[in-house]
Ligand binder design. Structure first.
Ligand code: NAD
Ligand code: IPM
Ligand code: MN
Length: 356
C-alpha cells in the first residue's frame, strides 16, 4: 500500500518539524509494510515569496488529489502587514480548510507521565488528564463577513459570527460519536448567555443529544471553561465548541501536557483530511533547531489512525514518544533540571531508535 501525501511545510519551524515527522512515517511504514509518496508544495509566506500568493492553485489541486495533507505551520512577521487577501492565515490556511471541507478539528490533550513536572501547573491538578477538543473549523467569526468602514472620528471594523443549524449539527454529532468511544461525556462550550449563535448552538446540541442517550451532555460557558481547564481538567472528556473558542482553549489546554509543542491535531470532515501540529510557525525560535517536533510526529500518528486505519502503527509512534520522554530527552520548551537537552533532529533520532 502506498499513501500519497501532500506535504506543506510552510514557514518558520514548519520547515524544521515536518521533515522530521516524515522520517518517522518512512520508518513506521517499513515496519508495517506500507509506504508513502510525499509530494511537497508551497503554502503561506514561502508561497507568497515564490509565487505572489499564499495558496497557489497547484497546491490546492495537489491537496485535493492526495490521500491526506500534512502541514507544518504558516505565517510570520515578514507577511503580517500584507492586506488580508494575501495573508498566510486568511488567504491560505483558512481557505484550504474550507475548500477541503474540514469542519472538525480534533485536538487530543493528555498528560505525558514524564512531563508532569515540566508543566507550569501542579502535578495533582493535571495528572491523568485525557481530554479531546472537537473544534468547529469552517464557520464562526473566522468565516463571517468582515468589513472596515470610515467614520467621522476614525474607522469601524466588523467581524460577524455566523452558524447555521447544519454546521452545528455535524460537529456536535462527531463529538457524540467520539465520546461513545471514550468516557461517554460531552461538554458543549458556548456563550449562550450573550451570543445568539451560541443559543442556536445550545438548542441544536440539546436536540442532537436525544440520538445519543448513552452519552452525558453538559453545557459550560466559555469563560468558565477557561478557568475549569486549569482548575480541574480531569472533569473533561470531549469538549465541543465553536471555531475561535476552540482555538483559544486548545492553546491553553496544551499546557496540561507541558507545551504547545506537544499538541497534535487532525482536521476532518471532507474527502481528504489534514494533519498539523496545533502550534504556529514560532518565529521566536525559528531557524535555531530548537523546535519540539513531537506535536508534528504525533500528528503523523493521527494521520495513520484517522485516514489510513493503521491504528497499531499509530499507537507504536505514540508509545515511542512516551519512551523517549521517559528516558529524559527534552527540547527546550519541555526542559527540566537533570534532563538531556536535544535539538529537533536529535529528538526525532531518539524516536526512530525506539521504532527500530
Ligand atoms: P506559535 O504557536 O507560533 O508560538 C507560540 C509560542 O510557543 C512561541 O513562544 C513559540 O516559540 C512556542 N512554540 C510553538 N511551537 C513550538 C514547538 N514546536 N517547540 C517549541 N516551542 C514552540 O504562535 P504565535 O507566536 O502567536 O504565532 C506565530 C505565527 O504562527 C503567526 O504568524 C501565526 O499566525 C502563525 N500561526 C500559524 C498556525 C498554523 O499554521 N496552523 C497556528 C498558530 C499560529
Ligand atoms: C491554528 C491557528 C490558526 C487558527 C490561524 C493561524 C489562522 O491559530 O491552527 O490554531 O486560528 O485556526
Ligand atoms: Mn491557534
Amino acid at each position: 500500500m502506498t499513501y500519497r501525501i501532500a506535504v506543506l511545510p510552510g514557514d518558520g519551524i514548519g520547515v524544521e518539524v515536518v521533515p522530521q515527522a516524515l522520517r518517522v512515517l518512512e520508518k513506521i511504514g517499513q515496519k508495517y509494510g506500507f509506504s508513502f509518496e510525499f509530494t511537497e508544495a508551497l503554502i503561506g509566506g514561502a508561497a507568497i515569496d515564490a509565487t505572489g500568493h499564499p495558496l497557489p492553485a497547484e497546491t490546492l489541486a495537489l491537496c485535493q488529489n492526495s490521500d491526506a495533507v500534512f502541514l507544518g505551520a504558516i505565517g510570520g512577521p515578514k507577511w503580517d502587514s500584507l492586506p488580508v487577501h494575501l495573508r498566510p492565515e486568511g488567504a491560505a490556511l483558512l481557505p484550504l480548510r474550507k475548500h477541503l471541507g474540514l469542519y472538525a478539528n480534533i485536538r487530543p490533550c493528555r498528560t505525558f507521565s514524564a512531563l508532569i513536572d515540566a508543566s507550569t501547573l501542579k502535578r495533582e491538578v493535571i495528572e491523568g488528564t485525557e481530554l479531546l477538543v472537537m473544534r468547529e473549523l469552517t464557520g464562526g467569526l473566522y468565516f463571517g463577513e468582515k468589513k472596515r468602514e470610515t467614520m467621522e472620528n476614525g474607522e469601524r471594523a466588523i467581524d460577524t459570527l455566523v452558524y447555521t443549524t447544519e454546521e452545528v449539527e455535524r460537529i456536535v454529532r462527531l463529538a457524540f460519536e467520539a465520546a461513545r468511544k471514550r468516557r461517554g461525556e460531552v461538554c458543549s462550550v458556548d456563550k449562550a448567555n450573550v451570543l445568539e449563535s451560541s443559543r442556536l448552538w445550545r438548542e441544536t446540541t440539546n436536540r442532537i443529544a436525544a440520538d445519543y442517550p448513552d452519552v452525558t451532555l453538559t453545557h459550560m460557558y466559555v469563560d468558565n471553561c477557561a478557568m475549569q481547564l486549569v482548575r480541574y481538567p480531569k472533569q473533561f472528556d470531549v469538549i465541543v465548541t465553536e471555531n475561535m473558542f476552540g482555538d483559544i482553549l486548545t492553546d491553553q489546554a496544551s499546557m496540561l501536557s507541558g507545551s504547545l509543542g506537544m499538541l497534535p491535531s487532525a482536521s476532518i470532515g471532507g474527502q481528504v483530511a489534514l494533519y498539523e501540529p496545533a502550534h504556529g510557525s514560532a518565529p521566536d525560535i525559528a531557524g535555531q533547531k530548537k523546535a519540539n517536533p513531537l506535536a508534528t510526529i504525533l500528528s503523523a500518528a493521527m494521520m495513520l489512525e484517522y485516514s489510513f486505519n493503521q491504528v497499531e502503527a499509530a499507537r507504536e509512534i505514540e508509545k515511542a514518544v512516551d519512551t523517549v520522554l521517559n528516558k529524559g530527552y527534552r527540547t527546550g520548551d519541555i526542559m527540566e533540571a537533570e534532563k538531556t537537552l536535544v535539538n529537533t533532529e536529535e529528538m526525532t533520532d531518539r524516536v526512530l531508535e525506539e521504532l527500530a
